[in-house]
Design a binder for this molecule. Structure first.
Ligand SMILES: [Fe+2]
Length: 194
């Protein structure tokens, strides 16, 4: 599990393929990275590797979001060119399983790390939406409040609860919520929250 590039280089790659000024995409990348690192720390896994998965999981989003069926079709070659191995690439692509993109509609995630990435990147949407509902305040957000929003299917309806629940094969949902909130609190200024 070696990482061929630095975090700074990963940010440059993201900039290269994500030229839009849309801050919400960047927030999503940084929040996914933060949650992945926090989960890795909790489980005693490789923080750098997990963080890089979170940061780069949507590396081709900027060039495919106008035709989402192509999402994750460009990522493998981009990552290969940067020296990432097939395992890293497979881990990244797995977060599209079940979606109408890159031929992944009928594919299922099987590995723990795949479930963690999918749950983490999906949870960012729920947490960010909840923070915005709280006028951008995350510093005093509690897992209990987030759980209520999780249960309210009409809130941030695009956040697939079943995918977030994939974390339950790894840790309880409540613990995941606590870890994830803390992780985003730690980078709140970078993602426009307070
Ligand atoms: Fe994503």
């Amino acid at each position: 599990m070696t990482i061929p590039i630095t975090r700074e280089q990963a940010i440059e790659i993201l900039k290269k393929y994500n030229k839009s000024e849309d801050k919400s995409d960047w927030n999503h990348y940084l929040e996914s990275e933060a949650i992945m690192k926090a989960v890795a720390e909790k489980l005693g896994r490789d923080k750098e590797y997990y963080g890089m998965l979170g940061l780069l999981h949507d590396v081709d989003w900027g060039i495919t979001k106008n035709n989402t069926i192509e999402h994750l079709t460009k990522a493998p070659e981009i990552l290969k060119e940067e020296g990432f191995d097939q395992e890293f690439i497979d881990n990244i692509v797995s977060h599209g399983c079940g979606f109408e993109c890159a031929g992944l509609k009928d594919k299922k995630r099987t590995k723990e790390i795949e479930h963690i990435l999918a749950a983490a990147e999906t949870l960012t949407g729920l947490i960010h939406a909840y923070a915005l509902m709280r006028e951008g305040k995350i510093s005093d957000m509690k897992a209990k409040g987030l759980k209520k929003k999780f249960k309210d299917k009409t809130f941030a309806a695009g956040c697939n609860r079943e995918i977030i629940r994939e974390i339950e094969s790894v840790m309880p949902l409540d613990e995941f919520f606590e870890i994830a909130i803390r992780a985003i609190q730690d980078i709140k200024e970078e993602v426009g929250l307070e």
